[in-house]
Design a protein around this ligand. Structure first.
Ligand code: A2P
Ligand code: 11C
Length: 330
């Protein structure tokens, strides 16, 4: 079993989760760029050597989890698949390819069976956590419209961005000048919208992903999704303010009942007692946490809620491992 991007924020989490879930790995092959030559990653009490990715590396590999970015996924996905590996790819490279399933196991595992190209795509973290929470509602009363604003943690931008944010935060607290690094502007003490911009629509790519991925995963080209994505000064755990409208009017009580006990969802909601989920609550666990479920006073018949998830775990690594479990182990 290979993990491409094994030294990155998501790759490290993938290896941890394989160990945590006792995935039946006969041999782990951590792959990265030649820059990582000589490094090791911990797995089951030993240090495993990281190898530079190459075509030969995939010989004999049954399953390959990829999280090295779109470029390496485009390059190595078809090569790994041609050598017989099933590829679960966490980048955006293959998500909208009609021959590549885009899968959240709680929502559409069946769509991922027998992938034509031997590649299955893992959705974007902000899409995954939103759809895990909304799927039980959508199944009972089709959601027609979603308005979502995100509050996304810096770990979504990778390992070196987290390091830079920590340095920015130290400088901010000390009143010193901001250190240079991969985050283009100051995040400590501020908010940013620095995803790739699509001039034609005026949307950030991160927002377009939420629109198009939701349609593909729900198998509903007509669902209307209106997102605004924002980076907040949080290390890990994405949060989302979500308003929905369904085919028939729905109440907060009904929505809460549908989500309670649904796979992968935990309702954490007692507003009067000050109980609602935070990114710190969601960090390190796999369930998506939902709170502040309330009737939408500005749009009667609709419901609003707050959805929080660990973007590195359920938003990336856990979802990829669950796809592999669902297809290979069951
Ligand atoms: P490396 O550490 O050798 O650069 P993150 O998302 O945290 O930034 O991590 C990205 C991961 O993807 C790292 O493991 C990185 O390896 C790997 N990676 C980036 N570019 C390539 C590439 N061209 N080939 C193989 N692995 C890559
Ligand atoms: C972020 N959601 O938080 C991004 C990271 O398409 O898989 C993941 C990007 C993707 O910046």
């Amino acid at each position: 079993m290979a993990v491409l991007g094994a030294t990155g924020a998501v790759g490290r989490e993938m290896i941890r989760i394989l160990e945590e879930r006792s995935f039946p790995v006969a041999r782990l092959l951590p792959l990265a760029s030649p820059r990582s030559a000589g490094t090791t990653v911990p797995f089951r009490g030993t240090q495993v050597k990281v190898e530079p990715v190459s075509a030969d590396a995939f010989t004999g590999v049954d399953l390959a989890l990829f999280s090295a970015g779109s470029g390496p996924s485009k390059e190595w996905g078809p090569i790994a698949a041609s050598k017989g590996a099933l590829v679960v790819d966490n980048s955006s490279a293959w998500r909208m390819d009609p021959e590549v399933p885009l899968c959240v196991p709680e929502v559409n595992l069946d769509a991922a069976r027998n992938p034509k190209r031997g590649i299955i795509a893992n959705p974007n973290c902000s899409t995954i956590q939103m759809l895990v929470a909304l799927a039980p509602i959508h199944r009972a009363n089709r959601i027609q419209r979603i308005v979502v604003s995100t509050y996304q943690a810096i770990s979504g931008a990778g390992h070196s961005a987290v390091e830079h944010f920590r340095a920015q935060s130290r400088a901010f607290a000390a009143g010193e000048p901001m250190p240079a690094g991969p985050i283009t502007k100051q995040l400590a003490g501020s908010l940013l919208m620095e995803w790739k911009r699509d001039g034609a629509t005026g949307y950030q790519e991160e927002e377009l992903k939420m629109i198009h991925e939701t349609r593909k995963i729900f198998g509903d080209p007509d669902i209307r999704v209106s997102p605004t994505t924002v980076r907040v000064p949080v290390v890990n755990g994405h949060s989302e303010s979500v308003a929905i409208e369904c085919e028939r009017p729905i109440t907060a009580k009904e929505a809460r009942a549908l989500m309670t006990g649904a796979p992968g969802v935990r309702v954490v909601d007692d507003f009067e007692k000050g109980v609602y989920p935070t990114p710190l609550d969601a960090s390190g666990i796999d369930d998506v946490l939902v709170g502040r479920v309330r009737d939408d006073l500005g749009n009667p018949g609709g419901v609003m809620m707050w959805i929080v998830g660990d973007n590195l775990r359920k938003g990336a690594a856990t979802n990829a491992v669950q796809i592999a479990e669902g297809l290979l182990l069951r």
